[in-house]
Design a protein around this ligand. Structure first.
Ligand code: UDP
Length: 239
């Protein structure tokens, strides 16, 4: 029999910005393949994997606002950027023979299925990696909010927020050398200390629905696997 899994179903949130790698814009092919390989290994352990990927490497709604353009229009552009990243990740996974489905919060039927919760759950039960594109399909939200919401909807055990920092620190580790990393922390403590984990909408959704978050460094090879094995990686936020 297969060994007991630490998590039955995960939602992995990847930032769009991280996809740039060393570039200033767009998608770095090496980084993309690295992510795909890590996801493949995760899926092969039997853990059901859903992924939300951001769009910050291509476009963010606030950029439009900075130019005096319509924010809502900008947000839709940002959502489309996440679809581009999602399609790239889907292709990378398929290249590695991983079965995937891309479900979009906006209707773009030539390239994605529409987001339907029951369908997403069915794909996961069948072992397919499910990618959620276009955020939640509404402006004024972020892909972090989409990650939290979709994770709750599909009854994921945890949200794994892959970043370039290896967890939550007492202060910004890039500015303060004395900053210390928490191995675990409560939702309340994050709020009291005004620590930056996710935007407030995303964070509150997790807190109110008792959905744990793990912030970890996705760029360090093997980290995702270690985490799924139950090793202490990054910072766990829970009740
Ligand atoms: N966005 C949105 N609604 C959503 C998800 C995303 O309006 O549900 C837009 C928003 O403009 C955001 C952009 O898409 O800035 C890209 O997503 P995000 O900034 O979360 O990407 P990341 O920072 O993770 O790369």
């Amino acid at each position: 029999p297969p060994t007991a899994l630490k998590y039955n179903r995960i939602l992995l949130k990847l930032s769009g910005e991280a996809l740039m790698g060393q570039q200033q814009y767009g998608i770095d092919a090496n980084r993309l393949m690295q992510y795909a390989e890590e996801i493949k290994i995760a899926a092969e352990t039997g853990t059901q994997v859903a992924v939300v990927i951001g769009g910050g490497n291509i476009y963010r709604g606030v950029q439009a606002e900075a130019f005096g353009l319509d924010r809502v229009q900008g947000d839709y552009m940002g959502m489309l950027a996440t679809v581009i990243n999602s399609m790239a990740l889907q292709s990378a996974l398929e290249k590695l023979d991983v079965n995937t489905r891309l479900l979009s919060g906006l209707h773009i039927q030539q390239v994605c299925e529409p987001y339907i919760r029951r369908r997403a759950m069915r794909h996961l039960e069948k072992g397919r990696v499910v990618i959620f594109g276009a955020g939640i399909g509404s402006p004024y939200f972020t892909t972090d909010s989409a990650a939290s919401l979709r994770a709750i909807e599909i009854e994921a055990d945890v949200v794994l927020k892959g970043t370039r920092v290896d967890g939550i620190y007492t202060a910004d580790p890039e500015k303060d050398p004395t900053a210390k990393r928490f191995t675990d922390i409560s939702f309340d403590e994050v709020m009291d200390k005004k620590l930056n984990v996710m935007d407030m909408t995303a964070f509150t959704l997790c807190k109110e629905n008792n959905l744990p978050i793990i912030v970890f460094d996705m760029n360090k090879e093997g980290n995702l696997q270690r985490l799924l094995r139950g090793d202490s990686v990054g910072t766990l936020v829970s009740m």
